[in-house]
Design a protein around this ligand. Structure first.
Ligand code: ATP
Ligand code: MG
Length: 448
């Protein structure tokens, strides 16, 4: 079969083979071609030693950062191509990189060190496959299967536990039975994996179309690196709003959220504080008073532990903290929220609230969902009309306040905020003449 292979990759393979070396496309790009998906990068493996590869591309732009591990990166038509000498790997005892790599003379050994059969296929320029572990067949059947003995492979590098789940979430493939059992049994290997590596896989997993099923089937794996999830995974909630337990509600809410890392993390963590806040009244109904604040604090700690960047962490914590906020669908209130959060976070909060509702008893939340639609359109209207909701939207500024006789200093800000408050409440229009008039009254009344 012929595949669409970019000119740069073709040139790399041709250059290496013309010099008498073996060279193949390998790994993710071959897998994606066979899945019928456009690859996002093109990795190449070769029998050439790194210095032989370098001499093949003398005169081209070469990046040597991966040299110790046998990788030479060549820039072709502005795109980087990683060319890696056939190799095997030692264990990952520093939790990040293999202790050693050893160059090997044949392709099969190189393919054997790879994690899953679908990732252990090589392809030449004519589309011929070298597929000693039956990866193409597994792709056809939608199966994730370890190359070799699953227990051993997960023990060599615990990250593979997360990679199995990530590919399951992203492709909707099932994890083959023995591999699945080994995932559960070897989850403790994640303790030996650097947080940054888990983070990379978790992000990809959460935005996968099948993330919900993976969370359903492997809660034990998630609880291994985030033990704070354990009480939530076991939480029952007897409450008319909730037809599901804590874990199923969390999963349904996550599935209902758009495939965006921040929103998916917010859904995964929004109720994490519920178990600690649970109380049961005389009627046997469970309540979770104050859980958003507790959830936000826990979410912050969990995201720090997994080395999420400050921007993602800050936004997720904000959304978790506010996920239960009351939002009456009135323009006045919406302008205040737009002011408090900014439009980006505000629209995300609406997504979070919608997703949270979708994970509850639908009969009960129909009205809430309709109300969220109203809020959404009103907020869009406020933005489209350029209505005032921040200090910089006001038709007067600090100079006007000073000209009205207020001493430069903190009082200027207070006066401006007072004017904004009046405009947000709808008491005064955001018109310069009206605001100046108000200012002059204020300055006459302000103590000198
Ligand atoms: P993606 O589409 O996300 O890039 P990928 O399979 O290409 O998926 P990479 O991390 O780019 O993932 O790795 C490239 C190849 O290297 C994989 O296809 C696999 O053959 C091999 N590989 C990557 N990580 C591991 C690992 N932890 N253990 C064994 N083999 C691995
Ligand atoms: Mg890749």
């Amino acid at each position: 079969m012929k595949f669409d292979i970019p000119a740069g990759a073709r040139q790399v393979l041709q250059t290496l083979t013309a010099a008498g070396h073996e060279a193949y496309l390998v790994g993710g790009c071959v897998r994606d071609l066979l899945r019928g998906v456009e690859p996002h990068d093109w990795d190449i493996c070769t029998s050439a030693l790194p210095e032989e590869t370098e001499s093949c591309f003398a005169g081209q732009r070469i990046i040597e950062t991966g040299l110790k591990h046998g990788t030479v990166t060549v820039l072709m038509e502005g795109k980087p191509y990683e060319i890696t000498t056939y190799r095997t790997e030692g264990p990952y005892s520093d939790r990040r990189r293999p202790d050693y790599v050893r160059f090997v003379p044949n392709l099969r050994e190189d393919l054997a060190r790879r994690d899953f059969t679908m990732n252990a296929i090589a392809m030449d320029l004519d589309g011929n496959l070298r597929d000693p572990f039956g990866g193409a067949e597994d792709i056809k059947c939608g199966l994730i299967r370890c190359v070799g003995e699953p227990d051993q492979r997960f023990q060599e590098d615990g990250l593979r536990v997360m990679r199995a789940l990530r590919f399951g979430a992203a492709f909707g493939y099932a994890i083959e039975e023995r591999t699945a059992r080994a995932v559960h049994e070897n989850r403790a290997m994640l303790d030996r994996v650097a947080a940054e590596r888990i983070n990379v896989e978790l992000r990809k997993l959460l935005v996968g179309p099948n993330a919900g099923d993976v969370l359903r089937q492997y809660p034990d794996v998630f609880c291994r690196f985030w033990p704070e999830l354990e009480p939530l995974a076991a939480l029952e909630q007897h409450n008319p709003w909730h037809c599901w337990g804590g874990w199923e509600h969390t999963i349904r809410a996550l599935e209902a959220a758009p495939a965006d890392v921040t929103l998916r993390l917010a859904m995964l963590l929004h109720d994490i504080g519920k178990p600690a806040c649970k109380s049961t009244d005389e009627q046997g109904i469970d309540h979770f008073y104050g859980h958003p604040a507790v959830s936000a604090k826990l979410a912050d700690e969990m995201l720090r532990a997994l080395k999420f960047d400050n921007k993602t962490r800050g936004r997720v914590v904000l959304l978790v903290e506010r996920h239960d906020a009351q939002l009456p669908p009135r323009s006045q209130v919406i302008r205040r929220w737009l002011n408090r959060l900014g439009p980006g976070a505000f629209f995300q909060l609406l997504e979070v609230k919608r997703a949270d509702n979708m994970g509850q008893a639908l009969e009960k939340v129909k009205n809430c969902l309709a109300e969220l639609d109203v809020i959404n359109s009103k907020a869009e209207q406020i933005l489209a009309e350029g209505q005032c909701f921040t200090l910089k939207d006001l038709t007067v500024n600090g100079w006007d306040v000073v000209s009205a006789g207020i001493e430069p200093g903190p009082e200027v800000g207070q006066v401006l905020n007072g004017l904004l408050e009046q405009v947000l409440s709808g008491n005064v229009p955001n018109e310069r003449s009206a605001l100046l008039k108000l200012l002059n009254c204020k300055s006459m009344n302000s103590p000198k």
